[in-house]
Design a protein around this ligand. Structure first.
Ligand SMILES: [Zn+2]
Length: 413
């Protein structure tokens, strides 16, 4: 089988390069791989002490902290490097869910050697980030068929060239749980292949090497056009994670929301801040155009702003928004997975970064440049930045662009 750290062997040899969590004996006997939803694990038997247990495979978000548990009673074993998430203890994992979902196996190319990329996850951004791993295998390992396990709502992002896609009608929240139905489907496919690997599904791919057009079929903004086309600034808004004017507003909104009073008042205030930013940018960049996207109701924007917000998400909306990002020099929004596709298509961004997200900084941005342009094109503001502050960054990204680019891309060795 292939010896490559980006390939976890599943068949004929199933990964067992670790010690028994009970007695420390090396290389337990592997029994079978299990795809439970977001978790990919395997069952093992220790030939020294007889322990039968399940352990995370080194993939997805448990890649460095694999959790194991005794099959008989779910007794937990944490990895030597620290505590791991005891996922089998959660209620959704207590009784296996037998729902088979509606699943389609789409075959584009018959392959006997495959690598499975399991993108199922309960968080939107995680599915997307894992799916971007596809490019590595398509480009570097054409001899092995890539099989993508994907929730239906992400199928449109599956790139050309995959051998198969296994498309599940599964909602994000259903990915969280012991999905015996998904596992049963996967087991039924097992005998079709001679060699099977699992892709680790890294969460933070190097975006400078990702060609987003292969996923969305939309060409991203070309940096050489930055000053050639009229400025377009797109605001990416959320109604569940807001841009607040002050700590007091945030506190008051959260308190009021708990008791169900004025639940939308902070959304209205956010709209006012977005509109205020637009007015301030307009004063300095009179020719600029603006768009607003996100789940929400179109409301309260100054005249001439293209307000593309909607509460009805479908493929046409996804594509409309991506086309707008791809025409935008700058996208503005609060940190979160809502920024992955906007920054993958736009030239740069201004991101409002909440304090509790400092540890996740840049993980939601599709950073497109390797050089010092990164710092110029991806800007962060305080959680409670004023419209004036955000507008100042946006304006700078146009007014200072050319001199900065020449100094840092042309007048260097
Ligand atoms: Zn043992």
């Amino acid at each position: 089988m292939k010896k490559d750290r980006h390939f976890i062997p599943l068949k004929p040899h199933l990964y067992n390069d670790f010690a028994c969590p009970e007695c420390g004996a090396p290389a337990p006997r592997s029994i079978r791989a299990m795809v439970l939803g977001k978790q990919t694990a395997a069952e093992y038997e220790c030939l020294a002490c007889g322990l039968i247990f399940v352990r995370d495979l080194p993939a997805g978000f448990t890649i460095d902290v694999p959790f194991a548990f005794r099959s008989q009673d779910k007794h937990p074993y944490h990895p030597p490097n620290g505590p791991a998430e005891d996922w089998p203890a959660y209620p959704a994992y207590q009784v296996p869910l037998t729902d088979r979902y509606n699943v389609q196996r789409k075959v584009f190319k018959e392959c006997k050697r495959i690598i499975i990329l399991n993108t199922i996850d309960h968080l939107y951004g995680h599915v997307l980030l894992k799916l971007l791993n596809a490019q590595h295998y398509l480009d570097n390992h054409p001899d092995i068929g890539l099989v993508v396990i994907v929730p239906r709502m992400f199928e449109w992002l599956v790139p050309e060239g995959v051998a198969e896609s296994w498309v599940f009608d599964i909602k994000l929240k259903q990915a969280w749980g012991w999905n015996a139905g998904i596992d049963a489907f996967v087991q039924e496919q097992w005998d079709r292949y001679e060699e099977i690997y699992l892709a680790p599904g890294y969460s933070h791919p190097d975006f400078t090497r990702i060609d987003i057009e292969r996923f969305t079929r939309i060409e991203p903004f070309r940096l050489e056009d930055y000053l050639k086309v009229p400025p377009l600034i797109t605001f990416v808004t959320r109604h569940d994670r807001l841009w607040y004017a002050s700590p007091l507003t945030k506190f008051m909104h959260r308190a009021l929301r708990k008791i169900g009073v004025f639940p939308n008042i902070a959304v209205w205030m956010q709209d006012r801040m977005v509109a205020g930013t637009i007015r301030k940018v307009r004063k300095r960049l009179p020719g600029a155009k603006f768009a607003v996207v996100g789940l929400g109701h179109p409301n309260g924007m100054p005249e001439g702003v293209e307000d593309l917000r909607t509460m009805r998400m479908d493929l046409d909306t996804e594509l409309d928004w991506c086309r707008v990002y791809a025409k935008s020099q700058v996208v503005v929004g609060v940190h979160g997975s809502n920024m992955i596709l906007p920054t993958a298509h736009a030239a740069g961004c201004v991101e409002i970064l909440p304090y509790d997200r400092y540890g996740n900084m840049v993980q939601d941005l599709s950073v497109r440049y390797k050089d010092r342009m990164q710092l110029f094109m991806y800007r962060f503001t305080d959680e409670f930045a004023s419209p004036r502050y955000v507008a100042r960054h946006v304006v700078s990204m146009f007014k200072d662009y050319e001199v900065y680019r020449i100094d840092n891309q042309v007048n260097i060795f």
